[in-house]
Design a protein around this ligand. Structure first.
Ligand code: 6PG
Length: 632
């Protein structure tokens, strides 16, 4: 049994299509009141119409707003059925305002001839063929309506509508950790959802059914382990979010679903898919008339449940269809706006999520290096947590907060962190970011070095031997204070954010995605793993300049912090403390702020052995020169 939810059903279509008849019958069937929109016209409109004049958009504006108010009011009660011709998309937009997720559209669909015949047969009803034609001319057929053929009997029409209304508005495919959390999030916002998890004998049995029974908020959800029945349970156009592992399995799932889908249905891939795969899937599914949304979802299990940051990439029209659901479940920023926004076309959503993870790798690595340094200074995890606690005032972030919690966790007499094997895993997104930056020719050196730090960590046994052979353990003498370490950390974080957003900007230019960095940083201010006070600052900074190294505020900060960064890095290098990310931050800025670099020598070397030619500083025509280095 599905739980009944309040809803507004707008019945639309040209005059004479039978909106009132069907509205009344449906009202009886559903037990909710019916309102005829025509009864709500203001006096001026009635006068105009009775003088045989057609209403224009301006005349309709106030009337449509009145109907929207009526719908909002009725939603507080039992919900309602409202008849309104609503021929244009812009009219429907007004009727939908603020209640989109609770509105269902029914389009009574008939041909000109059919309606003309009906009207002719009705007593006291007269509408000229011209007037009817003008209605058809204005009609913009809705994309998301329950489309019913008026040649059916009224009883049958009401049955078709009732059946459709019973269906779920959204489907969740794949009930792993993230899928389950998103499902509960959707259900708790009042959406009627269908849940699917495959059946694997002895391993995955009744997963959806058992999951539904576990949580009260899922009492109205419909569980499935049969693809056809799952798809059949969804309102059209169907919206199905895939929460399966990235890679080939996404393609397999698409192939399983395709035979059951229809033109205009929408698939949303919420996994950490590679953006190149997403680009290809968009094109492939376009050829099948299926819309594909590749969306980044960040926030882990808890974020997915309470409000993740969501980064959907797709055609703008597809976004409009999934927007009510994705924005409803997303985290909210400080102004109450959803941390979900249309990113751009194709694989752009998955691209920015990939770079998000690259930035995440660096943010984590920097904290790990701070931990190494403070340990080298003889501090215990609790003492380090205390120091980091004091950093919250100027440098707070989600990752800083969880690091403090982690450092305080004890198991027996020792801290748990001391017992964890020092081999860092990864699922590939950092690796893809490094590949993408190399392919685009963008120096994302911090992401690459954070990635390599994880790879180095994995050589545990060789590291232990090398430690004995080359660098036996020794006392560290680090002559700087924790305030300087904090400044070095702040410096490196600025460089990390510069590099991450620069990569996104360059990709946006190369792929014509027209990404909005301010909006992107806004949706990263909450819900996601890299949310931080710095991210909040970037929202405004990106409004004036997309390149942080050209931004006066950032330039000033870097200048102020640089002395500490140099001091900390130099001391660590001398004392053989491994700080690949901190040192890369200063090395990168040193390279980037060199006006006359040694790349002239590189060009000469290339020309020497390979005749690759070079350009000259004293010739601004751009001409390429070659020198016979041995004989000229
Ligand atoms: C997030 C995380 C999430 C996950 C990644 C990173 O934004 O919620 O980035 O997507 O933690 O899988 O994984 P690895 O560290 O394993 O590469």
């Amino acid at each position: 049994m599905k739980e009944e939810k309040n809803r507004i059903v707008f019945i639309m279509g040209v005059s004479g299509v039978g909106k009132s008849t069907i509205g009344n019958l449906l009202s009886e069937a559903l037990g909710i009141p019916f309102f005829d929109g025509d009864d709500y016209h203001p006096k001026e409109n009635i006068l105009k119409m009775s003088n045989g004049q057609a209403l224009n958009d301006k005349d309709r504006q106030g009337w449509l707003e009145t109907l929207n108010d009526l719908a909002k009011r009725e939603l507080q009660g039992q919900g309602a059925i409202i008849a309104c011709s609503a021929l244009k998309a812009s009219y429907r937009e007004i009727l939908n305002r603020q209640i989109q997720k609770d509105v269902h559209w029914v389009f009574l669909n008939g041909t000109f001839e059919e309606i003309k015949k009906r009207i002719g047969g009705r007593e006291g009803h007269f509408m000229s063929a011209d007037l009817l034609q003008s209605q058809f001319d204005s009609l913009e057929v809705p994309e998301h309506a329950i489309d019913v053929d008026i040649s059916l009997t009224p009883k049958k029409i009401v049955e078709v509508i009732s059946n459709q209304l019973e269906k779920s508005v959204f489907g969740l495919f794949g009930l792993g950790v993230m899928g389950k959390s998103l499902a509960r999030n959707l259900a708790s916002r009042g959406f009627n959802i269908s849940l699917f998890n495959r059946h694997v004998d002895g391993q995955e049995v009744d997963v959806a059914k058992n999951f539904k029974e576990e949580f009260a908020e899922l009492s109205a959800a419909a569980p499935f382990d049969d693809v056809a029945a799952f798809v059949g349970s969804l309102q059209k156009p169907r919206k199905i979010m895939l929460m399966v592992n990235a890679g080939k399995i996404v393609d397999d799932v698409i192939e399983d679903l395709l035979p059951h889908l229809e033109d205009g249905d929408i698939l949303i891939d919420g996994g950490n898919s590679n953006y190149n795969d997403t680009n290809a899937r968009v094109e492939y599914l376009k050829s099948k008339n299926i819309k594909f949304v590749g969306t980044g979802v960040s926030g882990g299990e808890e974020g997915a449940l309470k409000g993740p940051s969501i980064m959907p990439g797709c055609d703008p029209e597809a976004y409009q269809e999934v927007k009510p659901y994705l924005e409803a479940i997303a985290a909210k920023d400080a102004n109450g706006l959803p941390c979900c926004a249309w990113i751009g076309k194709g694989g752009s959503g998955h691209f920015v999520k990939m770079v998000h993870n690259g930035i995440e790798y660096v943010e984590m690595q920097l904290l790990a290096e701070v931990f190494t340094i403070l340990q080298g200074m003889g501090k215990t995890p609790d003492q380090i947590a205390d120091i980091l606690e004091s950093w919250k005032a100027t440098s707070n972030s989600y990752l800083l907060e969880i690091t403090i919690d982690i450092l305080r966790k004890k198991e027996g007499d020792d801290w748990l962190v001391n017992k964890i094997m020092d081999k860092a895993g990864n699922k590939g997104t950092g690796n893809w970011t490094a590949i993408a930056s190399a392919q685009l020719g963008v120096p994302s050196t911090m992401i690459t070095s954070a990635l390599y730090a994880r790879y180095i960590s994995f050589y545990k046994e060789e590291r232990m031997t090398a430690n004995q052979n080359i660098t036996p353990q020794q006392e560290k003498t680090l002559n700087f204070i924790t305030e300087e370490l904090l400044e070095a950390y702040q410096f490196a974080r600025l460089m990390n954010h510069y590099q991450g957003f620069k990569l996104i900007l360059e990709a946006s230019n190369s792929y014509n995605w027209e990404l909005n960095l301010s909006e992107l940083s806004r949706i990263w201010t909450n819900g996601c793993i890299i949310r931080s006070d710095l991210m909040v600052e970037l929202v405004d900074l990106f409004k004036t300049s997309e390149n942080l190294l050209m931004n006066e505020t950032i330039i000033q900060k870097l200048k102020n912090l640089k002395p500490s960064a140099k001091k900390v890095v130099a001391a660590c290098v001398l004392e053989e403390v491994a700080i690949p990310n901190l040192s890369e931050s200063i090395n990168f800025l040193n390279s980037f702020t060199v006006a006359e670099s040694s790349a002239n020598l590189l060009q000469a070397q290339r020309d020497y052995f390979g005749a690759h030619t070079y350009q000259r500083k004293d010739d601004d025509s751009g001409k390429f020169y070659h020198t016979d280095w041995l004989n000229d």
